[in-house]
Design a protein around this ligand. Structure first.
Ligand code: SAM
Length: 237
């Protein structure tokens, strides 16, 4: 892969179409064939999804609201959004992930369960830099971990440009404690440690948002033993 201007992205795409797809499909699924660490990450991530759903529904009904789920993975967020009536555009850089998300959605969104008829999300294989259009809300969960802050800045600016009212991001926070844990972890690399993980300081994410005229309105922190996510909801300043 080329070193400059896209090296990371090619590595990430390749990982999430192959071993990363197998690993994360299990973590985000419901089967028993996960180890303790994977089970803990599954729990932490499901809390992030719950928190996002709460942030969004506390603001009012999602019925008919357009939502862009950038880096949708296997559809963990897109599906509950669709169940609330949101009109979801779900995309991911990995074709394998998108195919899995579509399969899950078809299984889970068949019958309406009450007043709200779920709308099937529109699925697309696309990296988030090439997304366009306008959405009421843009959400990007646990994607920034694959990019260093200098690339994350541009991604945040681009995502903000697609959102009319809200932008929700989650990322692994760069705090002293977590930084230390990660450094210790790097001394003992396990077999499944396939991509680099980048942590982001909340202040850096906030200044990237402020630079393009957005401000943080709500913050959350989700932690389990092995999963750490800072959650922020930003709105036009
Ligand atoms: N957002 C999903 C969730 O929370 O369930 C998936 C999170 S998973 C850790 C990261 C996802 O980001 C993977 O599905 C990966 O393919 C996708 N991804 C990584 N880089 C991307 C990019 N530049 N554009 C779009 N998707 C990307």
């Amino acid at each position: 892969a080329e070193e400059v201007g896209g090296g990371d992205k090619e590595v990430v795409r390749n990982y999430f179409n192959n071993s990363g797809f197998q690993r994360w499909k299990k973590i985000y699924g419901e089967t028993d064939d996960v180890n303790k660490v994977q089970l803990d990450i599954r729990l932490g991530h499901s809390k992030t999804v719950e928190n996002v759903m709460k942030m969004l529904t506390d603001d009012g009904s999602l019925n008919g609201v357009t939502v862009c789920d950038a880096g949708c993975g296997t559809g963990c967020l897109s599906i509950p959004l669709a169940k609330e009536g949101a009109v979801v555009s779900a995309s991911d850089i990995s074709a394998a992930m998108v195919a899995e998300a579509e399969k899950q959605a078809k299984e889970q969104l068949t019958a309406g369960n009450g007043d709200i008829a779920p709308v099937m999300p529109k699925f697309e294989v696309k990296d988030l830099e090439s997304l366009d259009g306008k959405y009421d809300t843009v959400v990007c969960l646990d994607v920034l971990i694959h990019y260093p802050q200098n690339k994350a800045d541009g991604m945040i600016a681009h995502l903000a440009s697609l959102a009319e009212n809200r932008l929700i991001l989650s990322f692994a926070p760069k705090t002293f404690y977590y930084d230390l844990l990660k450094r210790i972890g790097e001394l003992f690399p396990g077999p499944s440690k396939a991509t680099r993980a980048y942590l982001h300081a909340e202040a850096d994410v906030e200044s990237a948002l402020n630079k393009v005229g957005w401000k943080i309105r709500k913050r959350g922190l989700i932690t389990t033993q092995f999963y750490f996510a800072r959650l922020v909801e930003a709105v036009p300043a």
